[in-house]
Write a protein that binds this ligand. Structure first.
Ligand code: FES
Ligand code: FES
Length: 149
C-alpha cells in the first residue's frame, strides 16, 4: 500500500512501489488532466507539482512520492490559477494535449522566480514540447500573468 497526497486529499492505493506516479494519478486515482506523451521524461506532458516543483510523473516511482504534496492540473495553487486565467485570455491552447504540462511547468517557474525574464521563461519551458507550436503564446501568457499579479 502507498499513500499519496494529491490535490489536498490522501489516497491509499494498492499498487507496486515502483509504479510510475503518472499511472497512479490517471488510472487509479482518476485525474486524467495529466497526460502520457513519451513515457521517457522528454516531453513534459506528464508534469505535476511535487512540493511546488515540476516533475515528470512518468519517471517517478510512487514510493518516492509518499509524504510529498502533489498538485495536478485539477488542483489548486495561486500561480496555477493566475496562469490559467492568462491562458484563457490569450487563447493559448491549440489541440490542448500538452497544455496541462505547460501550465504546471510555468507554475513551478513562478513559484521559484516571480519575475522571470524572457530567457528565464525559455529555459524553464524548454522541458515541455508542444506539437502545435504554441510557444510564443505560452510566453506571452506567462508575461501577462506576471504583469497582472
Ligand atoms: S510522458 Fe513524461 S515526460 Fe513525456
Ligand atoms: S497545443 Fe497541441 S501539443 Fe501543444
Amino acid at each position: 500500500m502507498v499513500t499519496l497526497h494529491i490535490n489536498g486529499e490522501k489516497h491509499t492505493i494498492d499498487a507496486s512501489q515502483d509504479m510510475p506516479l503518472l499511472w497512479a494519478i490517471r488510472d487509479i486515482i482518476g485525474y486524467t488532466g495529466t497526460k502520457y506523451g513519451c513515457g521517457k521524461g522528454l516531453c513534459g506532458a506528464c508534469m505535476v507539482l511535487m512540493d511546488g516543483n515540476a516533475i515528470n510523473s512518468c519517471q517517478l516511482p510512487i514510493s518516492n512520492a509518499e509524504g510529498k504534496k502533489i498538485i495536478t492540473i485539477e488542483g489548486e495553487s495561486k500561480n496555477l490559477q493566475n496562469l490559467q486565467k492568462s491562458w484563457a485570455e490569450l487563447n493559448v491552447p491549440q489541440c490542448g494535449f500538452c497544455q496541462p504540462g505547460q501550465l504546471i511547468t510555468a507554475t513551478a517557474l513562478l513559484n521559484s522566480n516571480p519575475n522571470p525574464t524572457d530567457e528565464d521563461i525559455d529555459n524553464a519551458m524548454s522541458r515541455n514540447i508542444c506539437r502545435c507550436g504554441t510557444y510564443q503564446r505560452i510566453k506571452n501568457a506567462i508575461n501577462l500573468t506576471v504583469e497582472n499579479k
